[in-house]
Design a binder for this molecule. Structure first.
Ligand SMILES: Cc1cc2nc3c(=O)[nH]c(=O)nc-3n(C[C@H](O)[C@H](O)[C@H](O)COP(=O)(O)OP(=O)(O)OC[C@H]3O[C@@H](n4cnc5c(N)ncnc54)[C@H](O)[C@@H]3O)c2cc1C
Length: 232
């Protein structure tokens, strides 16, 4: 994807790149100050205090004027979790129209092949220590991906439409999408997804999103952290 910002590599084939950004901490300040028909030309202690006040008291709309646009390549199961964040815009690669030359599939690293301990609502994930189970898991993924990919290609060769042939592909397949989100909704996303309850794989992306947010809007990010990392 063309863009001047660095491409962040995530998981085994994933990517995340900031394509565009509109706004700054000062834009948050001035969106709030328009209430009094006033504006600031630079950040100072009073503007930092105002951002902290807005965050703490959940006066959220001034944060909506800053907007991030990202390119993301992730496994489909990560994208499905991501697309639940309705307060943002998405466009995704279409497997109705496009047949990727090469399909990429997600293989967890051996230390991330985990087991669930506890009950729903009160469980944690722990690494599997048995090397046989780890090998079995990786081999199963490998054969399942190979078979799905082969079936997909055969169906296409026989003239089955792309939109039907794709049915055999698994959620471990990588997809690509563009995500545009304002800072308020991005805060909601990182409060939920860069968090220990979120699935490890989406957390890896949310961590990178948070780093980019902190770089572009350092005072707003600081206020978010100081206010307890809560959605606003
Ligand atoms: C750890 C974890 C586990 C999850 N498990 C499941 C699961 O098992 N099944 C499942 O389906 N989802 C699950 N989700 C997804 C979750 O329910 C949300 O859909 C997702 O996190 C998006 O959050 P959101 O609605 O706050 O974001 P957005 O859709 O971006 O909405 C932002 C905010 O806008 C407001 N809003 C948006 N739409 C409405 C509306 N229709 N009515 C009123 N207010 C609205 C709310 O204040 C909301 O917080 C899980 C999420 C997490 C983090």
């Amino acid at each position: 994807m063309p863009g001047t910002e660095p491409v962040n590599k995530i998981l085994d084939h994933g990517q995340l790149q900031l394509l565009d950004f509109m706004g700054s901490d000062l834009d948050v300040v001035n969106a709030a100050k328009v209430s009094f028909s006033a504006y600031s030309t630079e950040m100072n202690d009073a503007s930092i205090g105002l951002i902290n006040f807005l965050m703490k008291n959940k006066h959220a709309t001034p944060f909506e004027h800053c907007v991030f646009k990202f390119y993301v390549k992730s496994p489909i199961f990560v994208a499905r979790e991501w697309f639940r964040h309705r307060w943002s815009s998405f466009n995704e690669m279409s497997m109705r129209y496009h047949v990727p030359q090469e399909l990429h599939f997600y293989f967890p690293s051996p230390e991330n092949i985990r087991t669930q301990v506890g009950k729903p609502g009160n469980y944690s994930f722990e690494p599997i220590s048995d090397p046989e189970v780890i090998s079995h898991c990786l081999e199963t993924l490998q054969s399942s991906y190979e078979v799905s990919n082969a079936f997909y290609r055969v169906l296409l060769e026989k003239g089955v439409a792309k939109e039907i042939a794709r049915s055999v592909l698994p959620v471990g397949q990588y997809t690509e999408f563009i995500w545009t989100v304002n800072a308020r909704s991005l805060i909601n996303f990182i409060s939920l997804r860069n968090e220990s309850n979120a699935q490890y794989e989406i957390q890896q992306y949310a961590e990178v999103v948070e780093n980019i947010f902190a770089e572009k809007m350092p005072y707003t990010h600081q206020a978010f952290v100081q206010a307890g990392r809560e959605a606003i």
